[in-house]
Design a protein around this ligand. Structure first.
Ligand code: SDX
Length: 381
């Protein structure tokens, strides 16, 4: 009997998990049982603790957790040399993937996959990623890297190390919300990549480097940058409608930032980020891109409804683009910021995968010829 092919493993369940529940029909998202809409009251580091430990931290637990992160801030000297030797124009995601793999070389115990060693590596990656991204941006601007400040948390330090200015509370609040919204999302392509890598019992650094590569793609984490590039190319609110109509008229035309493999309604994270962007737009000089985004969402909703595809709605990446623009984050840094957030979710899934491992190895249905006769090279003409 011919097997059923599930293209892109759509709808296939490959393991059980306690980390994240997505209700695609109702547009709801839960991390360890907490509704994402409630978690926007927390900080990103609180949510990292939740993802790893299964419960929100008490004040003391959070203080201790933050203290555990501090020693992991410094970028190893040789990794810093890597950042300095990369050619101008290097894609920040290539930098991040290379650095993630290189960090293993400077870790005294990179290969052990027991829970304590994995947690130590997780703590390091959660602060190394923002540090690497911010430092890389300053180096390519010809500016000296900045040391993290003890009076700022993870989100505040990222903005400080990126821009060299102490960020205001509003910007820190916005980035915390954006980071926690991007932290985790079940078996998305990059998390599945991480779990598939870990299922061979390779080390955590190798699995995370693989996940960075997967996130980079424009159908996944690269979509936020693609959204902003599209808005820049269109240029004005007035040209949005024609762009959408022209794009939808093309075979397999895709408007970046819309649609999702699981959500059949508006991505709850997209709605939260739309509200955040609306607040930022009240005072931002870059509000134009948010207004263009609202117009694009209006036209897409009308056109998708007209095509009987009302399930195609704005996703997480759509409004994150205008939020990052208004935070002053460079466009090619949007996906690295996604990786800064998602590395915590990837690590949560690695803990789960290693703890109850089964090698991930699906099948391909062979449709070629069989039994072909081998002809020696001399006789092949
Ligand atoms: C993320 O998985 C996750 O959880 C990911 C993520 C996370 O937190 O990790 O949520 C983050 O990656 C969000 C998605 C970001 N990507 C984009 O915005 C890229 C644009 N979106 C599409 O490429 C698409 O919607 C996907 C890739 C997101 C989902 O693809 P599917 O599930 O394979 O659906 P599909 O491409 O087969 O589309 C089904 C139909 C299409 O019909 P056909 O053209 O094949 O006849 O839906 C329509 C399309 O008509 N459609 C779109 C569309 N997305 C789907 N039409 C126009 N524009 C789009 N963006």
């Amino acid at each position: 009997m011919e097997p059923t092919i599930h293209h892109g493993l759509a709808g296939v369940y490959f393991a059980e998990s306690d980390i994240c529940h997505i209700d695609g029909e109702r547009g709801e998202l839960f991390y360890r049982g907490y509704d994402i809409r409630d978690l926007t009251e927390a900080t990103y580091v609180e949510v990292v603790y939740l993802l790893w430990h299964g419960e929100l931290p008490t004040a003391k637990q959070l203080e201790d957790f933050r203290a555990e992160l501090v020693p992991h801030y410094p970028i190893p000297d040789k990794v810093m040399e890597l950042l300095l030797c990369l050619p101008p124009g290097t894609d920040p995601m290539h930098m991040l993937q290379a650095a993630a793999a290189m960090l293993a070389a400077f870790d005294q115990n990179p290969d052990e996959i027991d829970p304590d060693n994995l947690r130590r590596i997780g703590l390091s990656l959660v602060v190394q990623f923002p540090n690497l991204v911010a430092t890389f941006e300053r180096l390519r601007r010809g500016e000296a890297p900045l040391e993290p400040r003890s009076d700022l948390g993870l989100a505040g330090n990222f903005l400080w190390m990126l821009n060299g200015e102490v960020p205001n509370d509003a910007a820190i609040r916005v980035l915390n919300t954006a980071l926690l919204l991007h932290a985790e999302h079940g078996s998305n392509a990059s998390t599945f990549t991480a779990r598939t890598s870990a299922s061979t019992l390779t080390d955590a650094y190798s699995a995370i480097a693989a996940a960075v590569g997967s996130l980079k793609g424009p159908l996944h984490g690269g979509a936020n940058e693609a959204v902003m590039r599209t808005l820049e190319q269109i240029g004005s609110v007035e040209k949005i409608e024609q762009y959408v109509l022209d794009t939808l008229a093309k075979p397999r035309g895709r408007v970046m930032g819309f649609g999702h493999r699981v959500y059949r309604v508006l991505d709850p994270r997209g709605k939260i980020l739309r509200d955040v962007a609306e607040k930022l737009a009240e005072t931002s000089s870059e509000a134009k891109y948010f207004h263009m985004s609202l117009e694009m969402e209006r036209v897409m909703e009308r056109e998708m409804n007209a095509r009987g595809k009302s399930n195609i709605r704005a996703n997480l990446d759509f409004f994150s683009a205008s939020v990052y623009r208004m935070l002053g984050i460079p466009v090619d840094m949007y996906t690295p910021v996604f990786a800064v957030a998602r590395v915590s979710g990837w690590m949560a899934h690695l803990y789960e995968q290693y703890a109850d491992n089964h090698l991930v190895r699906p099948r391909l249905q062979y449709r070629g010829e069989l039994g072909k006769r081998f002809v020696p090279l001399a006789e092949r003409g």
